[in-house]
Design a protein around this ligand. Structure first.
Ligand code: AMP
Length: 362
């Protein structure tokens, strides 16, 4: 099989999705001399379009717009894993899409994702698929009443989830997640949460970033610490698991894998996303290559960059009104502020982040 050639600087990368992950990818791409063309229904004045060479505002099912977009770009990547699979398949007939439709089909669906991991012998929380309140009741009986009910699709940042206990009513929980196909997961009493982002090129070359530790507030990532304070064997296992999943899925681009560390030091996969990830934002200031540049390198089939840590670091998300603290963050020595160009600071909305190298409390 002939290997795809490297796509040289000056080429145009198509970006599906117009949020902050696309924005930071476009900035990294521009630094390497690439142009980015964003396509999304909500692209107009989006965080991504603000920094792109071109933008298309059209629906995911607008075939004429998709065909024109495919003709205008040299490769396509994405910053949101819920792009409809038929959209990606349509584009992929015209221009390489990295990662491809097969990867999205697995990572868009929690049951498919967990089945995939388990088939590889990779551990997850115990789980059952649920298509009704009866399934929820049966799952609670089988895996214990302390569970989390999550909608299979389109859940993120703790949305579409209900925590269940011995007194929970399965029917009420089913209604609370919207009465859609769901998964019931046993509650994991984890020691900590970690993640690994791995880059994989079309020719199969792979490089994982260091393991980081994540703390959540109200179901949303609050802080990431790099590197994670876990034993070396746990870190090595987390990287092994992320690479095994990226390889088996045939990811071209990035795969972010969120995991629970058990009290015994093992890891259980929670979620994966085939795109840049919030827990990788620390790499912008504290790693030899940032995750966004690594994505550009991977999808353009360039040499993958070094993942050496420059300094231990902490990333703090700025959610909603946190962004109003920008003047004090700018006045803080060594703090590196990244804002996403969003005008409205709604509660729960990711507005920016700040990276601190060698944070004082460590
Ligand atoms: P998710 O949307 O699956 O990433 O879940 C958001 C957050 O909820 C995770 O980062 C955990 O903090 C928590 N969580 C999710 N699933 C479980 C579980 N099975 N056991 C314990 N905590 C969980």
């Amino acid at each position: 099989m002939t290997q795809p050639a490297a796509l040289p600087p000056g080429s145009t990368i198509g970006m599906l999705g117009a949020g902050q992950l696309g924005r930071m990818t476009a900035l990294a791409a521009a630094r390497l001399g690439y142009r980015v063309h964003v396509f999304a229904p909500d692209a107009a004045d989006s965080p991504c379009a603000q920094v792109c060479a071109a933008s298309t505002v059209a629906g995911w099912d607008d075939r004429a717009a998709l065909a024109a977009f495919a003709a205008a770009v040299d490769v396509v990547t994405l910053e949101w894993e819920n792009i409809p699979v038929p959209t990606v398949a349509f584009l992929d007939e015209r221009v390489p899409v990295r990662p491809g439709a097969g990867v999205l089909a697995v990572t868009q669906d929690r049951v498919a994702e967990k089945s995939f991991a388990n088939r590889l012998g990779i551990g997850t929380a115990p789980w059952r698929a649920a298509t009704g309140a009866d399934d929820v009741a049966r799952a609670m009986a089988e895996i214990g009443p302390r569970c989390i009910l999550k909608s299979n699709r389109l859940g993120y940042d703790g949305k579409g989830q209900a925590v269940l206990g011995p007194d929970s009513d399965p029917a009420a929980a089913w209604a609370a997640v919207g009465g859609v196909e769901s998964i019931v997961e046993g509650f994991v009493d984890f020691a900590c949460e970690v993640s690994v982002i791995v880059a994989r090129r079309p020719d199969g070359a792979m490089r994982p970033f260091p393991v980081v530790e994540n703390r959540h507030k109200n179901g949303i990532l609050d802080r990431t610490t790099a590197p994670a304070g876990v034993p070396p064997a746990t870190a090595a296992e987390a990287q092994r698991v992320a690479c095994a999943l990226a390889e088996a899925l045939g990811v071209e681009g990035l795969l972010a894998v969120e995991m629970f560390v058990t009290p015994g030091g093992g890891v259980l996969v929670n979620e994966m996303a085939p795109r840049p990830h919030n827990s990788g934002h620390w790499t912008m200031d504290a790693c030899a290559t940032c995750q966004f540049e690594q994505l550009v390198r991977a999808v353009c089939n360039l040499p993958l960059g070094s993942v050496d840590i420059i300094a231990p670091a902490e990333m703090e998300n700025l959610i909603g009104d946190d962004v109003l603290r920008w003047p004090e963050i700018l006045a803080e020595s060594g703090a590196r502020l990244h804002l996403y160009g969003k005008t409205e600071a709604r509660p729960g909305r990711k507005m920016g982040h700040v990276n601190r190298l060698r944070p004082a409390h460590r």
